[in-house]
Design a protein. Structure first.
Length: 251
């Protein structure tokens, strides 16, 4: 059974058809990246999956159950977790305190300290545990946010441009974290512009264009697809320019 399925999903904002009959399937255990030119509808689809928007029509199944009309907190309770682009960390608290807040109601007090230690090590933040979260570097803040999102061991992790603003080294380290989470059984859906990251982590890639699924396949199939390259022409973002030859998601 797929972990997540959208079936004929549509979202209209007034006259604008932003999500157009999208069928997306995530198999359990895969890392799936959602790419597409600016304005393709990636964020909207992401918010539909999370329940921040309700679809105009169509259905969303999570673990085979219809969650189309559930609220975000109900989806989170069923094992979905999200890391948004803007970190929702508590800047005036230490790194450790941030993780304590995320985890304290979910682990017995005797086990909490050790769980936090394990997560800090995973996030490469052990040496920074006592620092105020607000004093971390941009990349470290993103990792702390990822830590808070995965601290409850979700079945499905949603990542919204997890490497935005990161250096290539930080991007690579983030990719390694995603791969380790996936190796532990977590299914991941990431909206991402950075093709180096997509190449590093994705087992499946879906390309959105004008609200529709334009192409779907392995990273090699997507990179080799000339129609996909064509829709990116003239649309490179600063991020893509930093890692890619002009024109789009080439190897
Ligand atoms: N709440 C809204 N009301 C009206 N139009 C919206 C709303 N949200 C998104 N749109 C429009 O839907 C289209 C797709 O936007 P969306 O943000 O989903 O694309 P995207 O692929 O995530 O783009 P980007 O890569 O630039 O973040 C855009 O034309 C946008 O203006």
């Amino acid at each position: 059974m797929p972990m997540l399925q959208t079936i004929g999903l549509n979202k209209r904002f007034g006259g604008l058809h932003v999500t157009n009959n999208v069928d997306l399937t995530l198999q359990a255990g895969e890392v799936h990246c959602l790419i597409g030119p600016n304005g393709a509808g990636k964020s909207t689809l992401f918010r539909l999956i999370l329940g921040e928007h309700l679809p105009s029509s169509g259905a969303i199944l999570f673990g085979g159950e219809d969650i189309t009309s559930l609220k975000p907190f109900q989806r989170i309770r069923r094992g979905m977790s999200v890391k948004f682009q803007v970190p929702g960390i508590f800047k005036a608290l230490s790194v450790r305190q941030n993780l304590e807040i995320a985890m304290q109601h979910h682990y017995p007090p005797a086990a909490l300290g050790e769980e936090i230690d394990k997560l800090l090590a995973f996030l490469n933040l052990t040496a920074d545990a006592k620092r105020l979260a607000g004093n971390l570097s941009h990349g470290q803040k993103q990792w702390l946010e990822i830590g808070m999102a995965v601290s409850l061991k979700p079945r499905l992790l949603l990542l919204d441009e997890p490497t935005a603003g990161m250096s290539p080294e930080e991007t690579h380290a983030t990719g390694e974290m995603v791969k380790r989470l996936n190796a532990q059984g977590m299914t991941v859906l990431a909206v991402e512009h950075d093709m180096a990251f997509v190449r590093q982590v994705a087992q499946q890639v879906t390309v959105l264009h004008l609200g529709k699924v334009f192409a779907q396949g392995s990273i090699d199939e997507i990179v080799a697809n000339e129609d996909v390259a064509a829709i990116y022409l003239g649309q490179t973002t600063a991020h893509e320019t930093a890692h890619e030859p002009a024109g789009g998601p080439h190897a």
